[in-house]
Write a protein that binds this ligand. Structure first.
Ligand code: ZN
Ligand code: ZN
Length: 578
């Protein structure tokens, strides 16, 4: 008979117990029904399943694997470790009549190691798998790739992948996904290309992973190829694929194509809406973003946390303070979404960009949740930009630089900049020294440009490129031309104790300018130049791009850490507000 509720299961279990110690095939069947219900049904009770195992230790491995699987998937944070203790029991099994682990046990156990972040134990279990001769099982191989990339052990993941005798779509996708997760999008794209060469059929998960890599890199041409594959393989009915396509086009600077994809989606879920709304927001098309948000509400799709972040970013990017306040204050009541630190962060960013430093500080003080270092940094950074050094220095205590667990490079850089703009070179040097002791380094600014399907990467003052000489020559030519148009390097931005000529040189060698010069050399005069930068652009680079767009009559599209800048005829789409 079929078990439908837990109380029914308990009743049946009691019946079996009454039958006593002589297990019949009938009682075994009832017990296994009760067990399956308790372990697998959403209305079941995992503790009861565990109890059945305890009182019948000789049940076969299927029973153990079922409970381990349920533990590995459970949202209860204590469950993964319970799965591992059950697994240990199986390892010592033979002494207690308990079955040993088999090939179905390991994938779930590995998943628990990931959830508990147990790298060492994971490696030991891998050793055991090898000893048991299960390494060639493709399901276990895929789980190992997943596990190693989640634990940020990419070398080990590559090793497993390379040694597999048979790689299916899951193996390739796990490898690609792991590379994207570990911030190695270029390698992810390479793996995808190899996968196509090996004629492995791709599925929606593969496509979503590689589109994420394209979005990270700003690799538009690869992204377009993937779009073609989506059409050929008829994957465009999948919401996750369409969301990834919209996101890819938006992040590669093609908001029109993102629009087209969005319009083609028949059943738009909240993720599809959010992708286009945040795309529009990052492109400065904030009115359109807000209109779409209303349209989404009208079509009875309830926004989630991410959708609220998207709409608040739209308000931030357009400086819409009142709308921002309205969205933030109504989100819980209207949509049942409790504001998180991200949402409050958007609001603080919005206030400080408008120069409302006092309001921003009061806003943080009144917040119902504890502000994090990122929030304080946003405010202090703005105080520095607006020259309110007194406030900046007063707020510095919130960065917790002296605390032993302060491991955030960003806070230190900010502090040293505050001291530098205050002319306190000595304090600045102290902060830098503290950073050195803690082994913190400033994240390097880095810009990427795609030319004929190849991504070229530049860091500040880069001489590693094979055409470096030409690039620097081009830069000098550009500066001469721009100077005639009134360009003057904004040397006050360089917070270093060097003379103005050296400061001007430093500015000229910022990574986005190198990428721009390379683009001008390599790309046909009618093509747009697209650059992806990992940090926010400085004011000088912004002005430089504007002038180049006019003097060289080029469309330049720069994506920085938070938004897009479309430079055309000497103007920028952000209206100098970023
Ligand atoms: Zn710059
Ligand atoms: Zn701009």
């Amino acid at each position: 008979m079929e078990v439908k509720t837990m109380s029914q299961a308990l009743q049946l279990h009691a019946q079996v117990l009454k039958l006593g110690n002589s297990p019949t095939s009938e009682s075994h069947k009832i017990l296994s029904n009760v067990f399956t219900f308790a372990a697998l049904s959403p209305a079941g009770d995992l503790n009861h399943a565990r109890l059945i195992l305890k009182s019948n230790p000789s049940l076969n491995s299927y029973f153990y694997n079922t409970v381990i699987r349920a533990y590995s998937r459970s949202s209860d944070p204590s469950h993964p470790s319970q799965a591992l203790s059950l697994f240990l029991l199986m390892l010592h099994g033979p002494f207690h009549n308990i079955p040993g682990p088999d090939k179905f046990t390991f994938p779930f156990v590995l998943k628990c190691c990931v959830r508990l972040n147990l790298t060492l134990q994971a490696k030991q279990i891998h050793g055991l798998i090898a000893k048991m001769g299960l390494s060639s099982d493709s399901h276990i191989g895929n789980s190992l790739i997943y596990m190693y990339s989640e634990l940020e052990e990419l070398g080990a993941a590559y090793n497993v992948f390379d040694r597999m005798s048979e790689r299916d779509v899951v193996s390739w996708t796990s490898m690609i996904d792991g590379l994207v997760d570990n911030d190695r999008p270029a390698e992810a794209i390479k793996k995808f290309e190899q996968m196509l060469e090996c004629e492995v059929e791709v599925n929606d998960a593969t496509v979503v992973s590689v589109l994420r890599a394209c979005a990270d890199m700003g690799a538009l041409n690869v992204g377009k190829t993937v779009h073609k594959i989506v059409k050929e393989r008829k994957l465009h009915g999948k919401g996750n694929v369409m969301t990834a396509l919209i996101d890819m086009y938006a992040k590669c600077g093609c908001i029109e194509s993102a629009w087209q994809v969005f319009n083609d989606v028949m059943d738009k879920d909240v993720f599809v809406w959010t992708a286009i709304i945040s795309g529009l927001a990052s492109h400065g098309q904030c009115k359109e973003a807000i209109d779409l948000f209303s349209e989404m509400e009208a079509s009875k799709i309830n926004p989630d946390e991410k959708a609220m972040t998207a709409i608040l970013s739209a308000c931030r990017n357009a400086g819409l303070i009142i709308q921002g306040y309205n969205f933030l204050s109504s989100m819980q009541k209207r949509h049942g979404v409790r504001p998180t630190i991200q949402h409050y962060g958007c609001m603080v960013d919005l206030l400080v960009r408008a120069g409302l430093l006092k309001e921003a500080e009061e806003f943080i003080d009144k917040m119902p949740i504890k502000p994090d270092a990122v929030l304080w940094r946003t405010l202090i950074w703005a105080c520095n930009v607006y020259g309110d050094t007194t406030r900046a220095k007063r707020l510095m205590k919130h960065l917790g630089l002296q605390e032993t667990d302060a491991d955030d490079g960003g806070s230190f850089i900010l502090a040293s900049n505050v001291y530098a703009s205050d002319g306190k070179w000595c304090d600045k040097a102290k902060v830098r020294e503290l950073m050195k002791q803690k082994g913190l380094v400033k994240p390097a600014g880095c810009s990427r440009i795609e030319v004929e399907g190849v991504i070229h990467e530049f860091v500040m003052g880069d001489y590693n490129h094979s055409e470096a000489k030409k690039i620097y020559g081009k830069l000098n030519e550009m500066v001469d031309k721009l100077r005639k148009e009134g360009y003057y390097p904004k040397v006050s931005d360089v917070l270093l104790e060097v003379d103005d000529q050296e400061k001007a040189n430093q500015l000229l060698h910022h990574s986005e300018k190198l990428a721009l010069a390379f683009g001008l050399i390599k790309m046909s005069p009618d093509s747009e130049i697209r650059i992806v930068k990992n940090l926010r652009s400085c004011e000088d680079c912004h002005e430089f791009m504007k002038l180049v767009s006019r003097v060289y009559q080029r469309d330049i599209i720069v994506r920085d850490r938070i938004r897009f800048h479309h430079f055309r005829y000497g103007d920028c789409s952000c209206k100098n507000y970023w």
